[in-house]
Write a protein that binds this ligand. Structure first.
Ligand code: 6A9
Length: 807
């Protein structure tokens, strides 16, 4: 009996891999996350979290100008395309959301809604609703009454991924060339999905373009045109190219019959060829005069009942109401941000962050040559590294899968490791399990045997299409700040202190962490083994640990992209003896998080071990990096006389021991940190904390990316740590309280003003003017402003909660 059960244990131990380990999340929880707007790269793209899925997208353009159509045709999210803001006003990954797109150039506002029926098991519905804008300019087809006559053409695409998937249009009323008069229905069966049905339907109230051109009879535009085609898998995501290809056939046909002057109007010329049938891509085209609306339903065939447009109307209302109620319970802005303008702002930023979650699947490029030059051992290492990289030794790896949020839908629609830790902080307030699934995806889906996780994750051709070739290759010895460990700490806090809507079940967290724990440890060891610093020069007795000092690999004279603070000034020239303040601090944070996880799981030996390392790190932060003359923390390098010296550029780097929570309220250098932050000639600006001191000689120079602008991720860490110091009694609590209150006000006003003025959140903010700059529609860590608003107006000394007990 004992013998056979231990054999069983052994067998199951062998068979169970991390991927199919016992389910931590319930089936219902997974079902409700199956479908989503998981293609953040396009304005409205739905798919499932299955590697081969049904995928959809929307394209549209005003159709009254031959010349500009190619430019005003929308598909992938782009910057500066005449759109005055777009994004989710409401989005819950489990139920659905509502997005508004203010397309000024096309004269139309679109509302795209997406809702799941029966928590996802009953399929989903999507509604596309167009309203002519008040500022729409008359076009060639609408001299009078632009409101009624503005012509919009739209294409909804349905792709069915997988070599063995099948789908076809059910040809009910379209036996001839003249399009569908009524609903369009597609039936199919996906490789990894059961049989399904798609129905596209619209109310009678829509109005369609008419024209008395002689060719009109051949193309009645009150019809829906459908072009089904069979395409190679890698072409399925290329909706715009497929649509243009199909329209070209029509244009060529007219080209023969008519001259430039006698051509049919553009809204008729730009029609796809009507070829409904079997295929793996179906383009569905509709044309409208003025306002319009149509619905799309996806229904698993196991589902007897097909929801109606009325059901959809109700469901959209319910999704919105439920979202609002939940939002108010978990992320409601606190005073002084209780004015009615702040709530929609907060919801929109949050909805775009959480609505930017994507599902990515495919291959990527990794250079695993382990070329000797990558050792970075001698003083000219960066020349050798550059040469080795230029030899292009990358290979395709994968396919991998990543479930993640993205920094920016138009510009960076892919995963970034250290951004993600920041994204998940607000997300875990709303739905901790979603955050946990994302963390799992990074560790279980991407990490290699050595414990490496790529910094930037570009899976598949759709993701790669937005990255220049030279930026695509990932290197297995390059790191990025381990911010996912901040998420672990936040989850532990939530399980300990959360209640009501803010609760997280301890049992669930435990089961999940048990499964993740070996992977977390592997990742941690990878950082320590690959990014170690050379402490030989410190063998002078006063350094109690000779291990805890670290150096980012992968630097060039101008950049340490791996640190995330790309062009922040560092030692010149680069030297293999450098020690980086930020990296030691990050590893301190990581060690603390692991120690907390270990004690939570009852692994007391591990907890003790991590506790000792943490102490050594805290000591070395001060022993190695504190510069008494400058009263700040500094990087270290080795000079011409082989002496270790400090390299001091005051700014975010100097604050890292504070930002990562390594300094308690009594810390001897805390006062100096607060001085630096509060000084207007150094870091304090009316718009937030500057990345580099105004007094640094390199302030605002060269690319000026991390050399003066205000970044919200780091500002969030400043704010959070000020709050912590303010709430634990200590010598600096009163001052930290004042700084917290002022900084919170400054940061929220800055992001709010930019959003009000431009309709967008921005990648960073100008420290002189407060203007948003660089990437537009940067809905990643700038969305942390929703957490800033939800933080208390006044710190309460002695308040329990958060990581206070860790200081
Ligand atoms: C290169 C450019 C047309 C830079 O938010 C993502 C990252 C941050 O992780 C990092 O800290 N951003 C910050 O310094 C954007 C990085 C984009 C790199 C892509 C290709 C496209 O050129």
């Amino acid at each position: 009996m004992r013998w056979s059960s231990s054999i069983l244990c052994l067998l199951s131990g062998l068979l169970v891999s991390a991927q199919d380990a016992p389910q931590v999340f319930t089936q219902a929880s997974n079902d409700s996350l199956l479908w989503g707007a998981y293609r953040p790269n396009v304005y409205f793209g739905l798919r499932s979290r299955l590697p081969t899925s049904l995928t959809t997208a929307l394209m549209w353009s005003r159709a009254e100008h031959y010349e500009t159509m190619a430019n005003t045709f929308r598909y992938t999210c782009e910057q500066h395309s005449g759109i005055k803001g777009y994004g989710w006003d409401v989005y819950d990954p489990r139920t659905g959301g509502v997005q508004t797109i203010r397309d000024q150039e096309n004269g139309i506002d679109l509302e795209t809604s997406f809702v799941k029926f029966d928590e996802g098991r009953g399929g989903w519905g999507a509604r596309i609703k167009g309203t002519v804008r008040d500022d729409a300019q008359p076009g060639s087809g609408s001299q009078n009454g632009v409101k009624e006559q503005l012509k919009t053409m739209l294409l909804f695409t349905v792709g069915v991924e997988g070599e063995r998937s099948v789908s076809k249009v059910v040809d009910t009323e379209a036996a001839n060339d003249n399009g569908f008069k009524g609903d369009v229905t597609i039936e199919g069966q996906g490789e990894s999905m059961g049989p399904f049905r798609i129905t596209i339907t619209e109310p009678e109230s829509n109005s369609h373009p008419v024209h008395n051109h002689p060719s009109y009879q051949a193309k009645p535009l009150d019809r829906t045109y459908v072009h089904s085609m069979m395409m190679p898998q890698e072409a399925l995501w290329q909706g715009k190219a497929l649509a243009f290809r199909s329209m070209k056939a029509t244009i060529d046909q007219y080209g023969e019959e008519y001259t430039e002057n006698t051509m049919p109007p553009p809204w008729q010329t730009y029609t796809i060829s009507h070829e409904p049938g079997a295929g793996n891509v179906h383009l569905i085209q509709k044309s409208y005069d003025g306002d319009f609306q149509f619905d799309v339903f996806f229904t698993p065939s196991t589902q007897g009942i097909q929801p109606t447009s009325k059901d959809l109307t109700k469901a959209i209302q319910k999704v919105t109401e439920d979202f609002n109620a939940k939002y108010a319970a978990v992320l409601a802005p606190q005073a002084p941000f209780t004015g009615k303008q702040y709530l929609p702002f907060s919801k929109a930023l949050f909805s775009n962050l959480i609505g930017g979650i994507g599902y990515f699947h495919g291959e990527h490029l990794v250079d695993r040559s382990y070329a000797p030059e990558y050792e970075e051992e001698n003083e000219a290492f960066h020349f050798a590294t550059a040469e080795a990289r230029a030899r292009n030794q990358q290979k395709v790896e994968g396919p991998y899968t990543l479930y993640t949020s993205v920094p920016s839908r138009p510009f960076f629609p892919r995963g970034f490791l250290w951004d993600e830790g920041f994204h998940l902080l607000p997300i875990l307030d709303f739905d901790p399990e979603v955050a946990m699934q994302i963390v799992s995806s990074w560790f279980e889906g991407l990490m290699d045997e050595d414990g490496w996780i790529p910094r930037e994750v570009i899976l598949g051709q759709e993701a790669a299409s937005k990255v220049p070739a030279e930026f695509q290759v990932q290197y297995p010895h390059y790191a990025n700040p381990p911010t996912l460990f901040m998420v672990l700490e936040a989850l532990l806090d939530k399980a300990k202190y959360g209640s009501g809507e803010n609760a997280l079940d301890q049992g669930l967290l435990k089961a999940w962490l048990e499964r993740l724990y070996p992977l977390l440890q592997r990742n941690y060891e990878w950082y320590r083994e690959t990014q170690y610093g050379d402490l030989k020069g410190y063998d002078r007795g006063e350094i109690r640990s000779r291990k805890e000092g670290y150096r980012w690999r992968g630097r060039t004279p101008q950049h340490i992209l791996t640190s995330g603070l790309d062009d922040y000034p560092r030692a010149q020239p680069p030297h293999p003896g450098e020690l980086h303040t930020d990296l030691l601090s990050w590893i301190g944070m990581m060690t603390r998080a692991l120690r907390r996880v270990a004690s939570f799981l009852g692994q007391s030996d591990d907890a003790e071990k991590y506790g000792k390392t943490l102490e050594a790190i805290k000591r070395n932060v001060d022993d190695l990096h504190w510069d008494q003359g400058n009263r700040t923390y500094c990087d270290v390098t080795v000079d011409d006389f082989e002496e270790s010296i400090h390299v001091c550029h005051k700014g975010y780097i100097s604050l890292f021991p504070f930002l990562t929570g390594l300094m308690g309220p009594e810390h001897k250098h805390l006062g100096a940190m607060l001085d630096l932050i509060a000084d207007e000639n150094e870091l304090w600006s009316p718009f937030g904390i500057r990345s580099l001191s105004k007094s640094d000689e390199l302030y605002g120079t060269e690319e000026n990316y991390w050399r003066s602008p205000v970044w919200m991720n780091i500002n969030y860490l400043v704010l959070e740590n000020l709050l912590r110091i303010a709430e634990i009694s200590g010598p600096h609590a009163p001052r930290a309280t004042r700084m917290y209150t002022a900084l919170r006000q400054n940061l929220v006003s800055t992001v709010y003003r930019g959003w009000e003025k431009t309709g967008f959140a921005w990648e960073q903010y100008n420290p002189e003017s407060g203007e948003g700059q660089r990437t537009q529609h940067f809905t990643g860590w700038t969305s942390l402003v929703v957490k800033m608003m939800a933080m208390p107006e006044t710190p309460v000394v002695g308040r329990a909660g958060g990581r206070h007990d860790e200081l």
